[in-house]
Design a protein. Sequence first.
Length: 320
Amino acid sequence: MKPITTALAAILGLTAASLAAAEKPNVLFIAVDDLRPELGCYGKTQIKSPNIDRLARSGVMFTRAYCQQAVCGATRNSLLSGLRPDTTGIYGNTKSFRQVMPQIVALPQQFKQNGYRSLGMGKIYHQNDPASWSEPWIPAPGMVWRLPENVALQARLKADAAQKGLTGIKRSRATRGPAAEAADVADNVYPEGALADTAVETLRRVKDEPFFLAVGFIRPHLPFNCPKRYWDLYDRDQIRLPAFDHPPKDSPDFALTSWGEMRSYHGIPPSGPVTDEQALELLHRVQGVGPLVEGALTRANVHQQGARPDAEQQQGHGGH
C-alpha cells in the first residue's frame, strides 16, 4: 500500500519533486458536514476530539480558512471545482457546477484522469457528479432515527403526509423526527458508523493501486443523532449557554438566520426562540455527535490496514 499524503496537498497541487519521490501517493479525503472549529486543536478544551486533534498535529491546520458560502451545495461546488461562488453563480443547493460550467475538471476527476482510482462515498457533493468517480458513488442515508418512539412518530408523520399528498421537500420536512436522539446501539446502526465500515472495506480492496478516496460524514449536520455512549461523555450541568444571544449592533437582517432547517424537526417551535432548556439540550446533543465522527475516523484510519500514512487531512465544511 502506497503512503497516503494530505488531501490539502492534493487540493493545492503536489510539487513535481514530491511526485517524483512518492510516485503516485494515495489520498484519503475526509469531509465532515457542518463542522465548526469547536475542537481541541482550536483550543476548545470542553470538546473531546483526540483523533481530529491528531490529524491537525500531523499535517497543516488552517486557522483562517472560511467556507465560501454558508450552504452545502455552493460550498462543495466551490471546493471541488476550485471556483468561487462569484464565478459559478451558484449560491444555493439546487445547482451543480456541471450545469453552468460543464467543462470544469473537478478535484476527484483530476485524479481519475491521471491514473488514480477515484472513489466517493457519503456526502461529498450536494448533487452527485458521476464524471468524478471511477466506480459508482456510494450514498449514505442522511436522517435516521432508531429509538422505537421516534420510529413510531415518523410512521405517523409519513401517514399524515401521504394523506395530504405531500411530495419532495415538503414531504421531507413534514416527516422528520426530533432534532436529536441517542439510542443505545452500536456505531454502525447510525450512518456515520456504517460509512466508516464501508470506507475500511474499500481501503482494503484498493490498497494495492493508486487511489483517491473521498469519505463524507454527514454529522454534525442535523439531526444530532448518535449512539448514547457518545452523549454520555458530556455532563449537561457543565454546558453553558452563550453569553451573547442577540444580533451584533447594526448587523443587517440578511446576515441573520431564521433557523429554517432546525424548525422542520419535531418539537422545535415554528417561530420565536427555543427555551433555555431546549438550547442546552441541543448544545449537549451536537457535542455528543462529535465523538461519533471521532470513532468513525478511528475505524477508517489507514493504520488499521497495515500501512503508516504520511498524514491525513480533515476537511471541515460549515453552514452552522
